[in-house]
Design a binder for this molecule. Structure first.
Ligand code: CTP
Length: 425
């Protein structure tokens, strides 16, 4: 018989007391109904690795929605969001969010399709998972609280730093696991176990069975990693990145630009749009459009990519050292900030970079003091002329030709061929 490993003290040490108490109460409530509750997946892996992870996934051999409803009454606060179709619930209170699912087994009707699920035991639930290191669970019922379930060698693989699938068809069933495998490998500094690596490479074509939406989700997860460039580099090396688009590169240039993006965004992570625009920088306009339609980016990300791509064509103009501020403004105005920042990081010209910086720090905020109403008051008839004059005033302000409201009035009067009104005494 294999030894029983109890992780109760690790749970106590590594998770906040509020979550520990919640799990104990949840275990008691479940046990009182003759059912069993488990902590599963990534959080168990990270408990063993000593990494912070507060995303609790609980699996009940019973009904997850019923249990969530009982727990919310018990803790007297928070709310639940249920998905009756999958019999899952999300429990949220204070800053915590906990996923509760019904133990289930899965079958895949065809590669890449979402699985058909039916209620099952914890063993089956763990077997349906991607990698051995994610198949461990901890019992939460009071009589066995803290006991580790490790049916597929997860702890051994953690010790040997290996990413291993559970069966030969894993990547065929769900090719998103190809991207997930690379993400875990690089995040944890592990290695794909040799047979897993071979099957991963064999099954790269299966990525074609996955919808663009699901691939985009995986890409977004990668871009939220601490060092996404490591995953992208590995993906290029194995021929996975080319499935996103053959012109994408996970090279040293990208690593350098991602690092600069992090420095610029510190202490926050760079916005996904900035990372994406840097990743897509080598693509032509047409290739960018392909990527956008394949991955079905939401409007704002698609706009960032389009803006970044079309701005790239203006870098040569921006690299002219003789540019006056109003011209810089005209070249950059209307593009979304992440696209502008991406171009500043990605372009080779220090002059263009300086001009972009000037725009971002100062020029984009410059406004003329006079408004359309002021111009009407001065006597200009409503119509397109007002807009023209406002534009001219804006340019004059950008180029430092005028610095006060009074100065702007004088300019307008001059343009109209009138003498300026005398200021009130
Ligand atoms: N899972 C899977 N196959 C997938 C996606 C998820 O088997 N394509 C399983 C994994 O066992 C994973 C669990 O579902 O542990 C939860 O998925 P997710 O929240 O994406 O992963 P975590 O393990 O929480 O990992 P991460 O640290 O990246 O959040």
């Amino acid at each position: 018989m294999s030894e029983i490993i109890n992780l109760a003290s690790k749970i106590e040490e590594q998770l906040p007391a509020e979550l520990v108490n919640f799990m104990q109460v949840a275990g008691e409530v479940t046990a009182s109904q003759g059912q069993s509750l488990y902590l599963v997946g990534g959080v168990v892996r990270d408990l063993l690795l000593g990494r912070t992870n507060l995303d609790l996934d609980l699996v009940v051999e019973g009904n997850a929605i019923d249990l969530a409803q009982q727990l919310i009454i018990k803790i007297k606060q928070g709310k639940i969001i249920t998905h009756p179709r999958f019999n899952t619930a999300k429990l949220q209170w204070n800053k915590w969010s906990i996923d509760l699912t019904t133990a289930r087994s899965e079958t895949y009707a065809k590669p890449g399709a979402l699985p058909s699920v039916k209620p099952g035991s914890i063993d089956k639930d763990l077997f349906r998972r991607d990698f051995t290191i994610n198949t461990m669970a901890i019992k939460l019922n009071p009589s066995h609280y803290g006991e580790l379930i490790d049916l597929y060698g997860g702890r051994d693989d953690l010790e040997h730093k290996l990413i291993r699938i559970l069966h030969e068809r894993s990547f065929i069933d769900d090719a998103t696991r190809i991207w997930r495998g690379l993400r875990y490998e690089q995040r944890l500094n592990f290695q794909l176990e040799p047979n897993t690596l071979q099957l991963l490479q064999r099954d790269i074509p299966m990525l074609d069975t996955i919808s663009g939406d699901r691939i985009r989700y995986e890409l977004e997860c990668i871009l939220q990693e601490e060092f996404p460039e490591k995953v992208l580099h590995r993906a290029e090396e194995l021929g996975v990145l080319a499935k996103l688009h053959p012109s994408l590169k996970g090279n040293g240039w990208l690593a350098k630009k991602f690092e600069q993006a992090r420095q610029l965004s510190s202490p926050n992570l760079p916005p996904v749009g900035l990372y994406l625009a840097l990743l897509a920088y080598p693509l032509t306009n047409e290739e960018t459009e392909h990527l956008i339609s394949y991955l079905r980016f939401p409007k704002s990300l698609a706009q960032t990519l389009r803006d970044s791509s079309s701005l790239k064509a203006k870098i040569q103009s921006l690299a002219d050292p003789g540019l006056i501020p109003s011209r810089i403004y005209r070249l950059l105005h209307g593009y979304c900030p992440p696209a502008i920042v991406a171009n500043s990081l990605a372009c080779d010209s220090p002059v263009a970079r300086q001009h972009i910086q000037l725009f971002l720090d100062k020029l984009r905020y410059v406004k003329s003091a006079l408004t359309g109403n002021d111009l009407k008051r001065i006597g200009i008839a409503p119509g397109p002329r007002i807009k023209e004059i406002l534009n001219l005033l804006h340019e004059a302000k950008l180029d430092g030709k005028v610095t006060s409201k009074r100065g702007e009035e004088k300019l307008v009067e001059g343009w109209l061929g009138r003498s300026p009104p005398t200021p009130p005494a």
